[in-house]
Design a binder for this molecule. Structure first.
Ligand SMILES: Cc1ncc(COP(=O)(O)OP(=O)(O)O)c(N)n1
Ligand SMILES: Cc1ncsc1CCOP(=O)(O)O
Ligand SMILES: [Mg+2]
Length: 201
């Protein structure tokens, strides 16, 4: 399976409406606090927008709602994976991306036969407090050797200047939140990411 090299992560369908029409082909909807009705509405709206723009939608955490709403890709962390029903996800035909931060997590993740593995944080991130030190790009190279042919997603503190290093080390896709959502001009920054990732597309 080939992932687009630019993996945008946002926390609302409104962000998807704003940025996906610019040419984003891989987007994660990552909403951490919202009631079920609100989540369902956001997922539904995100799904329709992504279908309209031929963009792959990945739903973070909320795998049950993703299945109920007919989505075809979810992302889970290690804690999410402990409570998720992997066989239900598989039977529903929903693809699965998994987070990893260390060797034990990588072993657990690979045993779940994911459709991609994410490694982070590559650089310091301001998005959330993490108990892992930045992995550095050398770790990408090690992970690539361990996970291939499963695609590898690099995440954490990425920006356009750091992409050459991440892809040279073996990342198949680069995931980003704040470099775009906190940018003074998120649309222009999105265009810059699309252009910068073109050679790996
Ligand atoms: C592409 C990608 N990689 C890692 C994560 C983090 O997932 P998780 O560890 O479950 O943490 P939350 O994002 O749920 O806070 C991700 N969402 N996407
Ligand atoms: C959710 C997550 N998992 C590892 S790093 C990270 C945050 C990525 O956000 P940013 O691109 O803003 O550093
Ligand atoms: Mg999670």
């Amino acid at each position: 399976m080939k992932l687009d090299p630019f993996y945008l992560i946002v926390d609302s369908a409104a962000w998807i409406e704003r940025l996906v029409p610019l040419g984003v082909k891989l987007v994660q909807l990552r909403i951490k606090t919202m009631d079920e009705a609100g989540l369902r509405a956001e997922i539904r709206k995100a799904k329709a927008l992504c279908a309209q723009h031929r963009c792959q939608l990945i739903v973070n955490d909320h795998w049950r709602l993703a299945i109920e709403e007919g989505c075809d890709f979810v992302h889970l962390g290690q804690e999410d994976l402990q409570t998720a029903d992997r066989s239900r996800i598989r039977v529903a035909g929903v693809r699965l991306g998994l987070s990893t931060h260390d060797h034990i997590e990588l072993e657990t993740a690979m045993a779940a036969e994911p459709d991609y593995i994410a490694l982070g944080p590559i650089y310091p991130t301001i998005l959330k407090k993490m108990k892992w030190a930045p992995q550095g790009v050398e770790r990408i190279n090690e992970w690539k050797r361990r996970v291939a042919p499963v695609p590898l997603v690099a995440i954490g503190g990425l920006n356009p200047d750091r992409l050459d290093g991440a892809f040279a080390a073996g990342a198949d896709s680069a995931a980003v939140v704040t470099d775009i959502t906190l940018n003074a001009d998120p649309q222009a920054r999105t265009r810059e990411w699309i252009k910068k990732t073109d050679r790996w597309r």
